[in-house]
Design a protein around this ligand. Sequence first.
Ligand code: FES
Length: 931
Amino acid sequence: MPKIYVDGQELSVKEGENILEACLSAGINLPYFCWHPAMGSIGSCRQCAVVQYQNEEDTDGRIVMGCMTPVTEGARFSLNANKGVEFREAVVESLMLNHPHDCPVCGEGGECHLQDMTVMVGHRDRRYTGLKNTHRNQYLGPLINHEMNRCITCYRCVRYYDDYAGGTDLSAQASHDHVYFGRHEDGVLESEFSGNLVEVCPTGVFTDKPLLKQYTRKWDLQSAPSICNGCAVGCNISPGERYGKLKRVHNRFNDDVNGYFLCDRGRFGSGYVNSSLRLDYAGLRKKNGSFQAIHQQAAVDKVARWAKGKKIAAIGSPRASLEANYLLREWAGKDNFSAGFSEHEGQVIHTISTMLSRTNALSPSIKQMEAADVVLILGEDVTNTAPRVALGLRQAIRNKAYQLAEQAGLPKWQDAAVRNLAQDQRSPMIIVSPIGTRLDDVASQLITLGIEDITQFAAAVADVVSGKHIKDVDVNAVAQLLKDAERPLIISGSSLLSDSLVKSAAVIASRLAVDNKQTMLSYCIPESNSLGVALLAEDTKSIEELIIRADKFDVLLLLENDLHRRISPDQIDQLKNSGVKLVGLDVLENETLSACDLVLPVTSYAESEGTLINSEGRAQRHYPVFEPAAERMPSWKWILELATACEHTKIVKLTHFDEIVESCADSCSLFGQLTQVAPDHKFRSHGLKISRKTHRYSGRTAISANQSVHEPLQPVDQETPLTFSMEGINLEQAASLTPFYWSPGWNSNQSLQKFQAEVDGPLSGNSSGQRLIEPKLDLDPNCLLSAPSLSKTSISDRLKIKPDESQLVPIYRVHGSDELSSYTDEIAELAGEAFVAISAAVAEQLNVVEGDGLIVSNADGDLSLEVKILNRVASDCVGYSAGYTKTNSLRAGNLVVLSRDSKWQRRMPQLIATDSGNKRPPNNIEGSAHV
Ligand code: FES
């Protein structure tokens, strides 16, 4: 470890880091703007200036940029030397020349890095008396607000959006003091990761637009550590609440999982928590089909009357907590419990859980995936099925650049230099898919095949990996790349509902792992706890199997599962007509609940505690951010109360959340580590609970003054180590318990570094969560994982379908395919209408253009959908919008016939909206104005 001297203080620093990183890791406050731990240095803002001395005798020194200067043994620096202090103050003063003094009305106010740095360097008085440059702002869609006048030209936005996230529609325009960061014209930002601009921008240029509509300052938010429930990646989030409304979601750093960034579904898709469709009270269905509200206790008594001593069945949920599913399984019994998947989906997810549990390859975290030097993607549009993983893969392809940089002696953090050196050279990424994907732009090879052919291709690659000879150039080339790789990564998933494909991916990885222990295998799966419930119920029934037996039961409990998304209306009718009493628990009203005899209102993830197991096999805990309104209760609590009222022998002994976790951990060896996921409710830091509210939380004594002038008692949290109060601590707790980031002098999200053991390192107190799946190092892949039949058909053989038939391929969307986030206004706006996607050649055949209508016919009937035309579609395949209500009846792999819908009414072209927050000034070009 080199030693350096900063103002006489000796520091042992990390080899290869720069002075800014060394100072921050040592707890020394050195201001900065353009440097970002995930994006490295470009030295553009000049804010991190320090004085460097040649030796002990040198008393003058010279100014260098801390973020551009590597540490070297014995190097001497000063932050306190006048020269450096004056330089840094001058930099802020120059940045503030054109910056509006609008902090009181700025969405970033109170958590602005520019505010923090201005205070840190001591800049106070504005000496400039001239005109400020002003810019016009752009409409960037429903998620991001643009206020270009606040820009300090640090370039972080375009470095993140273009260089890191692969966006192409945001750029730096113009020159010198007219540099402008925006799109070439008003319009919705195209990237699925645009929301990170809110946290990357150190001022208020890009802010959270939904938050601005119901604004609350950071210090007035109540927050809790949480896990995104938008997909199975399990990103760590910090949701903030005030007045009983979820106001926003910020990133919560997890070194292994999401790092510094979220996808837009994760950041903006929680609006459904505030939806008017939320259920507040239990509802008992009357004869006329309407529901009568009843109190919690009456609902519990009603279920006890129906279910005590009777036969119970239950359908679990891949989006509900492990604890709720576990209690339900214990109550109904393994034979009468369905994990909540349809037959086809369940088969694939269970195969994935089996493969992950048995493979000798590593189920990697995103951080590990970012280190992959060859990536093979089989049948997944990862950006839309596991978005944050795709962002990680965009970093994996840079490993070639890092390799070249190492050879040239360049540190990784020299971002511009490394990019210049590598130009377009990337690590190989091969995508084999039936339709184009959002990672196509960075793939080294695109192979377009139908669903069955992808499986054949994968099986052939597996064979070549294990030494067989196959005469196919692509197969051999891909197999060779994988064999030559140091850290090969195979990605597949459940999108195409192909059991064989999932197995083939596992066979490739397991065979590679025989010789290469760094081989990785990752699956994209749909819901936040799909893997958890599959592991919990590995030998249990599909929804359809349970429905067939429904008339044998007295009561069927349905946990957080809209069956219309999984099975046909006929099967739901069969359930309704079976005579079983249906008790539905869910967050929002949906069509399935209207068929229930009793509906119970449950809390969202933001109002409850629970454990989710992500696609990697990592168990993570989310905590309630705020107390549930009305008579909502967490699902696990409802089930605990119902089963206790029915005197279930095992559940009646459980009274506390921690006891449920312990019971679940004891139920099988795989879940043995569940109690280690996060500390139990007795945890205290410095003798105190962890506070959800900030020190500066305002109005606690007056917030309910319209109801009572007396300060209300703060809700008491008996279940967790957190408190619904500002009287607690947010310091030195386990990483899984940190509700928000703040440190004296660091009000912005950059305060995160004060919670990290070192800059860009894991959080102090370890990363949150517990991995439950580890590679089986002594596994013989050939005996445990048999490949699907490989030999009978050649790769080019197609599924034998009739000339006018096409095979359905689901197209997932970050905005629109997920159930709950679709109830968020902004997400629904971006999702648009359901669609069918075809190639240009098929469009010509059918005589349609984009925006026309096509009738999609299959055994279930006809469906009229809007046409989209894609560049890359396998022959005989047709895409459809997956997860949209209108296309619920379509299934991956089914055969359909397409015909032109001559009665289709084209939608009116959408005008670019300019909402009230972003009205153009009369003079819509850059100009000057007094501020
Ligand atoms: Fe070093 Fe910007 S942070 S120059």
